[in-house]
Structures are given as C-alpha cells and as structure tokens.
Design a protein around this ligand. Structure first.
Ligand code: FAD
Length: 460
C-alpha cells in the first residue's frame, strides 16, 4: 500500500537545522512524513533564543518554518526531550530515518581560576537571559559596574556588547520586560572585547562591526597602533576579511566625518577591541565572590592569517572590571552513549550528514558542523543532509517495505512515561498569548519564560 511506501522520518530539534531539513524532505519527496521533536514547548531554537532583539528582520525565517509546520505531512511535538523522554533507539524503531539537529546547548569554558566567580557569565547564559530562555530566566546579571569585559571577538560577543550599550528603544522588541528593566538600570558604560589574537583573526563579520561603529550614543575605542601598517598586509587576503579589516582601519586611523565626529564627541558610552591578550585568571574582589578584574597574558602571533597562534610573551596585564562575559563559543553535547560523538570537535562524525557507522541516522546544523555559521549556512548544510536522506531512500538503503508506525508508537511511549507533547497548534496559542501580552507593553511580543506557564496556557 502507499502508506507502507511513505517514508516516516523524524527530526530532533526545531531550530533552523530541524526546520530546513524537514522543508527540503517534504518538498522533494511526495509522500515523506516528517515529525519534528523539540525539548522545549516552543519551537525555533536560536532564532527565538539566540538572535538579538535588535535583529528582528533575521527572525522572519519563522514564517517559512511555520509554513513547513502547517504541511499536512509534518507534525511538531514540543516538550519532548530526546535522550530522556524518548531514546534515539526508540525513534529508530519508529521511523525509517532519524535526523539529529539538536544544536549546541553548552558553551566552551575558559578553564582559568576565578571563572566561577559570581559576576562572570557565559555569553550563552546572558543571551538566554535577555531572550527569555527558560533555563536562564533567573540569571540576574550584575550590571552595576561601569566597565564590562567580553572575552571573545565573534558575532555573539558583538551582540552582547551591543545589547549592553544600545539605547533602550532599539532593544524594545521581543526582549523580555525583566531584562529590559535590568538593562535600563545598568551602569555599564564601557565594553572591552578581548581577543587572544590580532585584528586579522577576529571572528565577527562586517555587518555586525558596522552596526557597532554606528551605534547611537557610543564611540569606538580603537588603538591606532593595532592597525598601523595593516593596510599593506591585507592586500592578498580574501575579500570579506579585507573589507572587514579596512573598516576597522578606517575607524581607527582616519579622521571621522563631521557627523561622526560630533556623535563620538557627545557619546556617553564606548566600546573597544583589545588584541593579543589571553585570559589567565579572573581576580576575586575582597568579598571573595565577585570579580574585580582579569589578568591576561600579552601574546605575540606565530604564523599568519587564520592559522596564526597566540603565544604568551611573558608580559602580563590586568584590567579592572566586575562584569565579565565569556564568549568563546557554544558546544554540542552527546545525546546518549549509543550515538557516535567526537568530543574534541564537538560534533557527530558524519559524511554529508550520514552519521558514521549508523545507517538510518543523520545529522544537520550545528551538531553536524560545529557551532559556527549563520542561519543561511545552517540552511545549506541541512539541505545537504536532507539530500543524503533522499538519496538513501532512492537507493533502497532505507528499507521502506519495513513499515514503520512513526508517531503512533512514540505516542504510546510518551503516554506511558507521562509526557505530554505540545503540538504546533498549541504553540500557536502560546504565540497568540505572547503577542497579546506584548501589545500591552508596546512590543511585538512578550515572551513567556516559564515552561509551566506555557503548558498551563494550553491546559496540559
Ligand atoms: P539551534 O538553533 O540551537 O536549534 C536546536 C534545537 O534543538 C533547539 O530548539 C533545542 O531546544 C533543541 N534540542 C536540543 N536538545 C534537544 C533534545 N535532547 N531533544 C529535543 N530537542 C532538543 N544567525 C544569523 O543568521 N543571524 C543572526 O543574527 C544570528 N544571531 C545569533 C546569535 C546568537 C547568540 C547565536 C548563538 C547564534 C546566532 N546566529 C545567527 C546563528 C544561528 O542561530 C545558527 O546558525 C542556527 O540557529 C543553528 O541552527 P541549529 O538548528 O543547528 O541549532
């Protein structure tokens, strides 16, 4: 029968990777059914919980994801943690193919003394806090000092710096009211973004740098010495890096235009880049709990370009600050011990999305590639993975004559374990409630940050 020939596929995680994988499968296979499992009640992963509140246009991808979820061959089951509520092995029994797209839910640690002092936060937790991620809703970051240090020079580091320094009206989108109120009382006036290597190795991109340079009420603090002579070096570097470096050089070395000069002169806040500094220790304040500064090794670069290494010169420098945000990368975790995982690279080993040594198992997104790249990068790699699944269907690697029950069998597992999945129409009720609450506050949305409250709202 046709039903027996319809591939039953499931995707673990409802971020861009999960949704783009599902989209491609549904579009290019007439019969395929795709179920998306998500640990939180609400969908969209880092589009909801990562992307900064002043980048609302980035979140338009949610419209495409919603269309996918509305397909009658697609279903969304939130509030189901794979690896805990249902095991991957159980999914494999229920589906012809299982795609792991569960992202990167942890962060790299600095591994230095003082890292756990109370005013040191991971950028991941800070971002989760202002974006209403349930696990970070009680973070209450200490914003009572004038100087903040962000360790890292990637786009997330710039997001965090921007949120700390932005005029409130720019942030007033779907940022949680609680964090907006906390930021309104913030004393932070100066943010240093610290990198172990030099200007040619920064990981942020030009759009984000430009935003920072043009941020109302702030001025950049760029040390001309860091950029002198770089103009010659960048002649041969790839174009995106060249343009990015040119923008830094221009801001650091050239006389600003009249308008810019006026803005910088009247700015009350500032931000800067500190290069070739490697964190050695977070220094405790007298109370032994908070941080009072950071000790850093001055480094020199060995080699050049992307592969240049930072080597300590022996010179050490201290920077006074209470608030420290470590933004040195996200990190994926293994889901359960039955699935291959490369702890060093922090990814599921795979070729073109096919998990090595595990037929019928696939991966896409950050857990496949590592935690870098924008949504478009994630889209492309998810399409690649979906293509691998389609090829395996066509080549008979996935045996369709072996009929699979899909969600029917997962539903009984969930039922027996007392887990109540949240459907996409449930999410749409939560969504409507959030939009209604936002209206009262003059915002496009006020996120509900307590999962229990979400579940109550849909009478679970
Ligand atoms: P995720 O988006 O993390 O999705 C993974 C999903 O899996 C999550 O919903 C998670 O809850 C779920 N999950 C985890 N574990 C389980 C489990 N055991 N069972 C079930 N579900 C599970 N890109 C841009 O293009 N523009 C931007 O402005 C931008 N800003 C960013 C800001 C930040 C702070 C960060 C961190 C990233 C940003 N990105 C941006 C990058 C973009 O968010 C990523 O490329 C993309 O989200 C990766 O998609 P993913 O699906 O692999 O992971």
């Amino acid at each position: 029968s046709t039903a027996a020939l319809a591939p039953q596929i499931c995707v673990v995680g409802s971020g861009p990777a999960g949704f783009y994988t599902a989209q491609h499968l549904l579009k290019h296979h007439r019969l395929a059914r795709v179920d998306i499992y998500e640990k939180l009640p609400v969908p969209f992963g880092l589009v909801r919980f990562g992307v900064a509140p002043d980048h609302p246009e980035v979140k338009n991808v949610i419209n495409t994801f919603t269309q996918t979820a509305h397909s009658d061959r697609c279903a969304y089951y939130g509030n189901v943690t794979i690896g805990k509520d249902v095991m991957v092995k159980e999914l494999q029994r229920a589906y012809h193919a299982v795609v792991l797209s569960y992202g990167a839910e942890d962060n790299q640690i600095l591994g230095i003394p003082g890292e756990n002092l109370s005013t040191v936060y991971s950028a991941r937790a800070f971002v989760g806090w202002y974006n209403g991620l349930p696990e970070n809703r009680d973070l209450k970051p200490d914003l009572s000092s004038e100087t903040a240090v962000v360790l890292g020079q990637g786009n997330v580091a710039l997001d965090v710096a921007r949120v700390l320094l932005s005029p409130l009206d720019i942030l007033r989108t779907d940022i949680t009211e609680g964090s907006l109120a906390a930021i309104a009382c913030s004393k932070v006036k100066r943010v240093w973004l610290v990198g172990r290597r030099g200007p040619l190795q920064v990981a942020f991109t030009i759009k984000e740098l430009r935003e920072m340079i043009n941020l109302p009420g702030t001025r950049p603090l760029l040390d001309p010495a860091d950029f002198t002579g770089l103009g010659d070096v960048i002649k041969d570097v790839p174009r995106p890096r060249k343009r990015l470096t040119e923008l830094m050089i221009k801001s650091a070395l050239e006389k600003p235009g009249e308008k810019e000069a006026a803005r910088w002169a009247s700015a009350t806040k500032e931000w800067g880049l500190k290069f070739q500094r490697s964190p050695l220790e977070v220094l405790p304040a007298a109370d032994g709990k908070q941080a009072r500064g950071i000790r850093m090794a001055v480094t020199r670069l060995e080699g050049s370009g992307e592969s240049a290494r930072a080597v300590p010169t022996g010179e050490v420098e201290e920077l006074e600050c209470r608030l420290i945000l470590s933004s040195i990368g996200y990190r994926s975790l293994p889901l359960d011990s039955s699935i291959p995982f490369d702890p060093k690279l922090g990814i599921i080993p795979n070729s073109l999305g096919r998990v090595q040594g595990a037929p019928g198992l696939y991966c896409s997104g950050w857990v496949k590639r590592g935690p870098t790249g924008v949504i478009i990068t994630t889209m492309n790699d998810s399409f690649d993975t979906a293509q691998s699944v389609l090829e395996d269907l066509q080549m008979g690697v996935l045996n369709l004559s072996n009929s699979k029950e899909g969600f029917k069998s997962v539903r009984s597992i969930l039922h027996s374990r007392g887990v109540h999945p949240v459907t996409f129409s449930d999410w749409e009720k939560i969504d409507a409630a959030e939009v209604a609450r936002g209206k009262l506050a003059g915002k496009p949305r006020e996120k509900i940050v307590d999962p229990q409250e979400m579940l109550q709202l849909i009478s679970h």
